[in-house]
Design a protein around this ligand. Structure first.
Ligand code: DC
Length: 223
């Protein structure tokens, strides 16, 4: 691999995307939110009214360009960042992300991006499947209660109606689907650094990862 890569995996709400964005900015790398790609696929499938349970119904991906600019995903040339955060997308994305043809297609796009650019990439299978050669792999998690609390406060801060119990149940449901699917489930890579962020703040987490990453890169440069 000619370019550098930092892979961050973990369950929903662990703080991956916030930390990944901070690190990408600090490093001057491209931030790739792979969850956004599964969400965008779900959004388009809902719009096209294809059968979400049919793994073969996602052929439209072959003619659906997805690109990132400044951390924002463009699908078919359109900024889809808001459209992919709706309840209907969130409720259906785990099923869509369990289909082998969908995963193979999106993983290939992600690998191509990392071939051409230095990246900070977050998701569920980055260290295990997408970029097994990443310079540093982080597996970031936090307790279900803490992840639900963060999501709940984020909603309230954004003026979105929020029910803590419902969020907690939803996180538990998604964790179960994401880690029990047969193909490329969420799991920690053997050589990933495990980080429980339940009692850490985002700045501390980012700083800790930044220092580790720079040590690795500096050592590689002086080889
Ligand atoms: O990170 P997120 O909540 O936006 O991810 C949305 C969904 O996509 C979630 O159900 C897990 C799935 N996903 C995945 O299977 N593999 C990835 N690399 C990223 C996300």
């Amino acid at each position: 691999m000619n370019h550098h890569a930092l892979a961050i995996d973990g369950p929903a709400g662990a703080g991956k995307s916030t930390v990944a964005k901070i690190l990408a900015k600090k490093l001057g790398y491209t931030y790739i939110d792979t969850g956004a790609m599964y969400r965008a696929t779900t959004y388009k499938a809902l719009r096209l009214k294809v059968d979400l349970d049919d793994p073969e119904a996602f052929g439209f991906l072959d003619s659906t360009p997805m690109t990132f600019r400044d951390g924002i995903l463009f699908m078919d040339g359109e900024d889809v960042s808001e459209k992919i955060r709706t309840h209907s997308v969130s409720n259906n994305v785990s099923v869509v992300a369990s289909h082998i043809p969908v995963r193979n297609k999106l993983v290939a796009i992600q690998q191509k991006i990392a071939q051409d650019d230095n990246v900070v990439m977050d998701g569920r299978d980055i260290g295990t499947i997408v970029l097994p050669q990443a310079d540093l792999k982080i597996y970031m998690t936090a307790s279900v209660e803490e992840r639900a609390r963060r999501r709940h406060e984020e909603n309230l801060a954004n003026g979105i109606e929020s029910d803590y119990q419902k969020i907690q149940k939803d996180i538990e449901r998604r964790d179960k689907i994401d880690s029990s699917r047969a193909y490329n489930p969420l799991r920690q890579a053997e050589d990933a650094v495990y980080l429980d962020t339940s009692h850490l703040d985002i700045e501390q987490v980012s700083e800790q990862i930044y220092r580790q990453f720079m040590m690795i890169i500096d050592a590689k440069r002086s080889e």
